[in-house]
Design a binder for this molecule. Structure first.
Ligand SMILES: C[S@@+](CC[C@H](N)C(=O)[O-])C[C@H]1O[C@@H](n2cnc3c(N)ncnc32)[C@H](O)[C@@H]1O
Ligand SMILES: [Zn+2]
Length: 264
């Protein structure tokens, strides 16, 4: 709760009543200093404000429907693109400090694959991490929650939109986002939010489908584009917030995903 703020007025939050210590809160209410109330259902608070537009809602309906099969679907990328996506996700670990506490937010956490990869890379040091995940799809969050429970990874999950995240300014050492920005209706706003919640000295790491210039010009690239036009996307550099430091663009996943990293 410490990381979180009311998405309506940005004031601090607390539980609306006392719950037994140590127990997970399956259903309840969170209230802000101004009295805005947010429901917790199935152990996950819903903090969507303001209402999302129809285009984003349509995507979310698709993700809700796909959620239980999403991981299987993503495995088809491994063979098709010649990658081991779970292994590649561990690269985010390069942006984790060698020691000390690390606060990480995964924006559009989906079914939790980035945190599972982090767990695979840092399984003996998980005590250093303070993990939070946000997604607009409850279906996806439900799968992530189940997975984290099985692995005994503690992650604060919240059902909210990237366009107005319920987190305080300058908080996270690492803000991750993978796989959603190409279809977000407002890429600039999404990157501004990631930037806002990163702390000074923190890093924002964003990746999504987008062929490297070399792959784009190759026969393999043309085949990929024929199957899925999203791979024609380019890193949205024009929306990187002013003041971002050390912007780096690289291509990962065998040259099929762009990755942008910038510091605050
Ligand atoms: C392709 S999935 C990627 C999931 C995960 N990050 C991964 O790498 O496997 C895209 C995710 O973006 C989420 N999403 C779409 N629009 C969103 C929004 N406006 N705010 C937050 N999440 C959103 C979807 O619900 C979905 O979980
Ligand atoms: Zn409020």
């Amino acid at each position: 709760m410490k990381a979180m703020r009311c998405p309506s007025c940005h004031k601090a939050l607390r539980l609306s009543e006392r719950y037994p210590e140590g127990d997970e809160i399956e259903s309840g209410k969170i209230v802000c200093e101004k009295g805005h109330r947010w429901a917790i259902d199935e152990g996950i608070p819903t903090m969507i404000y303001p209402k999302v537009n129809e285009k984003d809602e349509a995507w979310i309906r698709q993700y809700d429907d796909l959620a239980e099969n999403y991981d299987e679907f993503l495995k088809t990328y491994d063979k098709w693109l010649g990658v081991d996506m779970m292994k590649e996700r561990e690269r985010a670990g390069l942006y984790v400090t060698m020691e000390g506490p690390v606060k990480v937010l995964d924006i559009s956490v989906g079914t939790g694959a980035n945190f599972v990869a982090l767990f695979n890379a840092f399984r003996n040091e998980m005590g250093r991490f303070n993990l939070h995940g946000l997604d607009l799809s409850r279906g996806m969050l439900r799968v992530a929650k189940r997975k984290f429970k099985e692995l005994d990874i503690t992650v604060g999950l919240v059902n909210a939109s990237v366009f107005n995240t319920p987190f305080q300014d300058n908080y996270f050492s690492l803000v991750l986002h993978s796989g959603g920005i190409n279809t977000f209706s407002d890429k600039g706003r999404a990157l501004e939010e990631m930037w806002r919640v990163a702390k000074p000295g923190g890093v924002v790491l964003v990746s999504d489908e987008g062929l490297s210039p070399e792959v784009r010009g190759s026969e393999r690239g043309r085949e990929i584009l024929k199957t899925n036009a999203l791979f024609g996307s380019k890193p949205p550099l024009q929306y990187v917030p002013q003041g971002a430091r050390n912007l780096e663009v690289t291509y990962v996943m065998n040259g099929t995903f762009y990755q942008m990293a910038f510091g605050k």
